[in-house]
Design a protein around this ligand. Structure first.
Ligand code: HPA
Ligand code: ZN
Length: 334
């Protein structure tokens, strides 16, 4: 295949399914389900995407996701994501949804999981994407609530692969969630957490020490602590970096000031991800393209980022080998 037409094959490891709802989908589902939103036109909705910080984005995300009512909605959301992601080179996706976002408005997690699984199960034959599912908990809700929800999922043998922690970071440190993560790990679930996005480097260190996470989502602010960076390099802690998210949530001023080159130079174990692609200006391929152009990344760097995404995934050895083979093909095609 010609190098200009073959997308870099990657694993996407940081993706909120609710953050894939495109404006058209939101208005369609609202009409279909009789959900009243504060906006009724695409133009009005589109004018709301100018964020000042994480919370200003979360407010819009959490309002829009109320259109998700039936298993069909969750299935359509997930299938739309898989279609877009596969068109951009994603070959394996470890996607998350927010448990409380649905439970607290009366949608049983069975409805959520039925829809998401229907799409993920078909993802391999329909789009050539394998997947894992991560349940994320809102850190600005009581930890006991998260423990109760996770226990319910475990008791009902729900098909989940891991847990995560997201929503407002500042003021909700990892120490609050030790019991939740102990419970998850004791049941063989994978564990990840957002940390160091708006919060301090200490949240990254505490996520490793107290929650024993296998990956850090974002993690940018670890750069404020040289010793922590050295540790993360030595221990090869994966970080799921989301460049366009960082710009749109103003954790950095402009893409030109993104710390990606510093992260690479220090040898941090990073991959490129889209976070909430419908809100931040693009899917994984758009994120890869943006940093490739901004920093004139060469093929060797792109290959490294792709291999990192595979190695940081929760795929087994055979699954990783298959994706490394696809990356080999990409290298040969250049
Ligand atoms: N940070 C915290 N919570 C989130 C994010 C994020 O980037 N995206 C969706 N929920
Ligand atoms: Zn995120």
């Amino acid at each position: 295949m010609n190098g200009s037409t073959m997308h870099l094959p990657i694993a996407e490891l940081h993706l909120h399914l609710e953050g894939t709802l495109e404006p058209e989908f939101i208005l369609e589902a609202a009409a279909r389900n009789g959900v009243e939103l504060p906006w009724t036109s695409l133009a009005d909705l589109r004018s709301r995407y100018d964020f000042t910080d994480l919370q200003s984005f979360l407010d819009l995300l959490y309002t829009n996701l109320e259109v998700l009512q039936t298993s069909r909605d969750f299935e359509q959301m997930t299938r739309d994501y898989l279609r877009r992601a596969s068109a951009g080179g994603v070959r394996h996706a470890e996607v998350s949804f927010d448990a409380q976002a649905h439970l607290l408005r009366g949608i049983p997690l069975e409805v959520v999981l039925t829809g998401i699984h229907a799409a993920l199960d078909a993802g391999e034959s329909e789009f050539g994407i394998t997947s894992k599912l991560i349940v994320s908990f809102w850190r600005d809700r009581p930890a006991s609530e998260a423990v109760e929800i996770l226990q319910g999922l475990i008791d009902s043998d729900a098909r989940i692969d891991g847990i995560g922690l997201d929503s407002a970071e500042v003021g909700y440190p990892p120490a609050l969630f030790v019991e939740l993560y102990d419970l998850a790990r004791s049941h063989g679930l994978h564990v990840v957490a957002h940390a160091g996005e708006e919060g301090p480097a200490q949240n990254v260190a505490d996520s490793l020490d107290l929650l024993k996470v296998e990956r850090i989502d974002h993690g940018n602010n670890c750069l404020d602590d040289e010793r922590l960076v050295a540790r993360m390099v030595a221990e090869r802690v994966p970080m799921t970096v989301c460049p366009l998210s960082n710009v749109r949530l103003r954790t950095i001023d402009t893409l030109a000031r993104h710390p990606l080159p510093v992260m690479l130079e220090k040898g941090l174990f990073i991959s490129i991800n889209s976070d909430d692609p419908a809100y931040f200006g693009g899917y994984a391929d758009a994120n890869v393209a943006a940093v490739t152009e901004q920093f004139a990344l060469d093929d060797a760097t792109l290959e490294l980022l792709a291999r990192n995404s595979v190695d940081a995934s929760f795929l087994d050895a055979a699954g990783k080998a298959r994706l490394h083979g696809e990356i080999d093909d990409w290298v040969r095609s250049r």
